[in-house]
Design a protein around this ligand. Structure first.
Ligand code: SF4
Length: 254
């Protein structure tokens, strides 16, 4: 598909804004489906399914919009410009990512463990600087972050692919380029990409519904988190992941 011009992208954004659609309904349907299918399953499994299922629902909603508007992103495997952006997540999301990674095959876990260990050692100075870059107060934080040229902690720099693609956070899913792929390399913060971040609250609401059900039967501390505190704590992905990593102990085990 031909890349869109910035004017065409603005028209697409306007059409998305005018769209009348109940975004909440499919997320709540997904929650019902996950809870209906949860009988006999370990609570950690249900939690993992809810997390991956609701993340995938965000992708599905974006695909639905794209098909309705007849557009397709120019983002492609091996293009990693947005993996140098600040990815802001909650501590709960990082803990859930690590829980899901723990369920992956040992070889994949070992690869991720080696990547994180290498990253934390290589980028120690940059990670300290990041703690000072206040995304709440500094309106230019995105540009400043991007100027650091710090890759994401989950980016395999050799293949230029995400090592945790299925569970990549919401900002990685909702930032999409419909213009020429070149625009992402030409500017630190290009104007062309569209953000579907308006889907974030529906995913959060879905997770909250599932967690409320789960926490009626299991204590949050038994699951390794504090709710809702962990859902309210927000920071850059590499910083929170480094804190939760604990030398790889959180993803160890066969
Ligand atoms: S989590 Fe994956 S997709 Fe998102 S920025 Fe990191 S490497 Fe890229």
């Amino acid at each position: 598909m031909k890349p869109l011009t910035i004017d065409e992208i603005r028209q697409v954004a306007a059409r998305i804004n005018k769209r009348t659609y109940d975004y909440e309904a499919p997320f709540l349907q997904k929650v019902d489906q996950i809870l209906d299918d949860s009988e006999g399953k370990h609570v950690e499994t249900v939690l993992g399914e809810a997390f991956t299922g609701l993340l995938a629902q965000v992708d599905d909603e974006i695909k639905e919009i794209e098909s309705e508007l007849g557009v397709r992103p120019s983002c492609a495997l091996g293009c990693d410009h947005c993996c140098y952006f600040p990815i802001i997540v909650t501590r709960l999301e990082v803990k859930l990512m690590l829980k899901v990674i723990k369920s992956w095959p040992a070889a994949r876990r070992r690869k991720i463990a080696a990547q994180i260990d290498r990253y934390v050692t290589t980028y120690q100075a940059e990670l300290k600087e990041l703690a000072e870059l206040d995304f709440r107060k500094d309106p230019a934080f995105k540009e400043r972050y991007k100027q650091k040229n710090l890759p994401c902690i989950m980016l395999d720099q050799e293949t230029r692919t995400c090592m945790a693609y299925e569970i990549r956070p919401i900002p990685c899913r909702t930032y999409l380029n419909y213009a020429s792929p070149d625009v992402c390399g030409e500017s630190h913060v290009p104007a062309e990409p569209l953000s579907f971040e308006f889907l974030y609250p529906f995913y959060v609401e879905g997770m909250d519904e599932v967690l409320t059900e789960i926490l009626e039967v299991v204590d949050d501390s038994a699951l390794g988190f504090s709710y809702p505190q962990d859902a309210a704590e927000v920071h850059y992905l590499p910083l929170l992941l480094q804190e939760e990593w604990r030398g790889g102990a959180v993803i160890a085990g066969e």
